[in-house]
Write a protein that binds this ligand. Structure first.
Ligand SMILES: O=P(O)(O)OC[C@H]1O[C@](O)(CO)[C@@H](O)[C@@H]1O
Length: 240
């Protein structure tokens, strides 16, 4: 974490296996170490923090060590977002800072399941309407940053109720269908995004978007950006 963050560092929130049990391929699995660490609401300076709060945006860094749990790659718990005042579900954007991330997205009815593979510098858009799980499939730590609206709380229940996402990624890369989603379609693959007109580019860190209101406006007002995002994903990610 210290190689990726030189600002004030709050205590990490660690996800334990007990919190994750109901989303694992093998719920009986045990681990004596936390599965991942979330450093939320980071800011390098008081000015940056003020700007982030004024724009209702949060910057987090998450560290997911390389780990397998009874044959399943370590992953985040998985959650959906809620709707904004315009009735559109809040989106989110991630950046890979180290390692490789497999971002497994699915609509709430699991009628669409999408994998986005992210390497260092890649930006991964979680568009309105998709829940998401991040998997570390590599032999090294996955370190990722995200920008997200502060105006909602994550909804974990749909993932917990169906014991995780529509697919589990197992050691070696096999995607095994979760039997609680008998009708889930095969996984589609989409690419990470760049949105040059908003300044979201591979070479630009997400933290550098602080101070650029237009670059982060989509996080709270996605309804104004649906066409742009449909466009930059080549229509691969569906905007709902
Ligand atoms: O909330 P989960 O599913 O444990 O996933 C953790 C990730 O989600 C976030 O809360 C942002 O959506 C990050 O802090 C963290 O990367």
């Amino acid at each position: 974490m210290d190689s990726y963050w030189d600002g004030p560092k709050p205590e990490a929130q660690a996800r334990t296996i007990e919190e994750m049990r109901d989303v694992l391929a093998d719920p009986g699995c045990t681990s004596d170490q936390p599965l991942y660490f979330m450093y939320r609401d980071l800011a390098r300076s008081d000015d940056d923090r003020r700007w982030l709060h004024e724009h209702h945006v949060r910057y987090d860094i998450t560290v997911i060590p390389s780990l397998t749990l009874c044959g399943e790659y370590v992953k985040t718990k998985g959650h959906y977002h809620t709707v904004n005042p315009a009735g559109v579900l809040y989106p989110e954007i991630y950046e890979v800072l180290a390692g490789t991330g497999h971002y497994l997205l699915q609509t709430e009815d699991a009628g669409d399941v999408v994998m986005i593979v992210g390497s260092v510098g890649d930006k991964i858009l979680i568009p309105p309407g998709y829940g998401h799980v991040t998997i570390n499939p590599a032999g090294v730590d996955l370190v990722m940053a995200n920008l997200v609206s502060t105006e909602f709380s994550s909804n974990y229940a749909p993932y917990a109720e169906r014991r995780g996402a529509a697919y589990y990624e197992m050691e070696g890369g096999a995607l095994v269908k979760n039997p609680r989603y008998p009708d889930a379609p095969p996984v589609r693959y989409c690419d990470p995004v760049e949105v040059p007109e908003l300044g979201i580019e591979k070479e630009v860190g997400l933290y550098d978007l602080i101070g650029r209101p237009r670059a982060v406006a989509f996080l709270n007002h996605p309804e104004q950006f649906m066409e742009i995002f449909a466009d930059v994903t080549g229509g691969c990610l569906l905007m709902r």
